[in-house]
Design a protein around this ligand. Structure first.
Ligand SMILES: Cc1cc2nc3c(=O)[nH]c(=O)nc-3n(C[C@H](O)[C@H](O)[C@H](O)COP(=O)(O)OP(=O)(O)OC[C@H]3O[C@@H](n4cnc5c(N)ncnc54)[C@H](O)[C@@H]3O)c2cc1C
Length: 455
């Protein structure tokens, strides 16, 4: 009997332990001939929540996976709780193989699919992480809520070497009606990078050769291409973090640490699934004073029209590319929460709509970290100054001019402070919608009002 490999966030053939288990189970089973049904289900719940950018990327990623599978990827549309048993019945499969999902929706869905499968096992092998959530725990058996000790525990725990390659003569099952890859929505002028496992490896190899050694020095510079731009490939499992970790040396500690942030946030979300939407520090949801009349300023923020160039360049980059540099993500998030007094959840929703690497754990907890209500909280009273951040991390103003044509006439770092220049607004750039110094004081006052001594 064949087995089913249900692909989800692991759209690759290399270093894929679940796929290897599916192949070996099929080979071992009488009459299986090693045939595996490579299956992807377009779940309307997840497809709808993805937003057009990630829908577009997923369409291309599925096409790339289908090509790698010799055109044999079976796509079905519908609720997995119905679809998986249907495919089992139609193929006579004896087992269904997955990489474990630790997200709030996915983990619950898998329990329900398991129940619907009855005696056919749903076999979990591996996960999208080098170390699965729940494995790195404190001596007292509880989960970490602070990154640095988690990182040390994660290193101590370690991870396996990459899995061996899928045999070249792997035998894919054919014959069931494929519902087809959903068409990519029209993204207008937004251009996505190439999708697929081959593109992921090409990107990694290029970064390893020419970006990794300077990553520690340049990773905070949005004007330079100093980061890996692997986020979307990792999001869809086109490359596994274990494959990257296996190629790092002692000199690459900074990059290793960044990969660990992804694992840490997945761990935190798995322990507290509600924190996808709820603050880890409940006072921020129940006691903090937020703006009463936020719609206009939210719109100015979302469209990149706050009058603060570093913030506006970031939000325009988000809409133009479906990606924003990490330093700028922190600054735009801080501005929304601490200058505009809008709860982090609203900004997180905007990011999830546009980001090509949008990931519930990293996004919700990246926002909470910036808000000061999550893990490791950068204290709320550390408020990013959007002008000083721009001058420091985009010293020649190249980043802001790239996304803000209205400032093209301002040379060098003057692009960060149009209010200092006689022709600063000649290109139609908007005036500042708030005064940072005033709003910083308001944010700190709001925070003091909820601040209570910890027991
Ligand atoms: C408010 C906010 C929201 C964010 N939302 C997301 C999100 O939805 N999805 C997402 O993958 N990352 C998110 N991040 C983290 C980070 O900004 C991105 O992972 C990074 O910018 C992606 O670009 P890169 O691949 O070039 O990263 P690199 O700097 O090259 O890092 C390599 C990889 O390490 C991981 N990583 C690096 N930094 C972080 C971090 N701070 N937290 C978690 N993982 C990290 C990512 O998988 C990344 O691809 C967010 C950060 C903030 C401050």
């Amino acid at each position: 009997m064949p087995s089913i490999m249900w692909f989800r966030r692991d759209l690759r053939l290399l270093d894929n332990p679940a796929l290897l288990t599916a192949l070996s189970t099929a080979s071992a089973s009488a009459g299986g001939n090693g045939r595996v049904v490579p299956l992807f289900i377009v779940d309307p719940v997840l497809w709808g929540a993805a937003g057009p950018v990630r829908q577009g990327y997923l369409s291309a990623a599925l096409a790339a996976l289908d090509t790698a599978l010799g055109g044999n990827l079976l796509i079905r549309h519908g609720n997995p709780i119905d679809c998986i048993p249907e495919v089992v019945a139609a193929t006579g499969a004896s087992s269904v193989h997955i990489a474990a999902d630790y997200g709030p929706y996915g983990s619950q869905r898998d329990v329900e699919v398991e129940l619907a499968l009855g005696t056919v096992p749903l076999v979990r092998t591996g996960s999208p992480y080098a170390v699965a959530p729940g494995r790195v725990i404190k001596d007292d058996g509880t989960a970490y809520r602070v990154y640095t000790p988690y990182f040390r525990g994660w290193l101590r725990h370690g991870w396996p070497n990459p899995a061996e390659d899928v045999p070249a003569d792997a035998n894919w099952w054919q014959g069931m009606q494929c519902h087809g890859i959903p068409p990519a929505p029209d993204l207008g002028t937004l251009v996505l990078p190439e999708a697929g496992e081959r593109a992921a490896w090409a990107r990694w190899e290029q970064f390893r050769a020419s970006g990794l050694s300077t990553y520690g020095e340049l990773r905070n510079r949005p004007d330079l291409a100093g980061t890996s731009a692997l986020g979307h490939h990792l999001k869809w499992g086109e490359i596994h973090p274990r494959s990257l970790l296996a190629e790092l040396s002692d000199a690459d500690e900074v990059f290793r640490k960044e990969l660990c942030w992804r694992e840490f946030y997945a761990d935190v979300l798995a322990q507290r699934p509600d924190t996808a939407r709820v603050s880890l520090d409940p006072r921020f949801d129940h006691e903090m004073r937020w703006s009463d009349n936020a719609d206009d300023v939210f719109e100015a923020w979302a469209t990149g029209n706050t009058g603060y160039p570093f913030v506006d360049a970031g939000m325009r980059q988000l809409r133009r590319e479906g990606w924003v540099h990490n330093r700028v993500r922190m600054v735009v998030a801080s501005f929304l929460i601490k200058d505009l007094h809008i709860p982090w959840q609203r900004g997180a929703g905007e990011f999830m709509y546009w980001l090509r690497d949008g990931d519930l754990a990293s996004n919700s907890h990246g926002w909470q970290w910036t808000a000061g209500c999550g893990t490791d909280a950068a204290p709320f009273y550390r408020v990013f100054n959007p002008v000083l951040q721009g001058l420091k991390f985009d010293p020649a103003g190249d980043y802001v001019r790239r996304y803000l044509p209205e400032l093209a006439q301002l040379p060098g770092k003057l692009a960060h402070e149009p209010w200092l220049c006689p022709d600063g607004y000649a290109g139609g750039y908007p005036e500042r919608i708030v005064d940072h110094h005033v709003e910083r004081a308001v944010a700190l006052a709001n925070y003091s009002a909820i601040k209570k001594p910890t027991a």
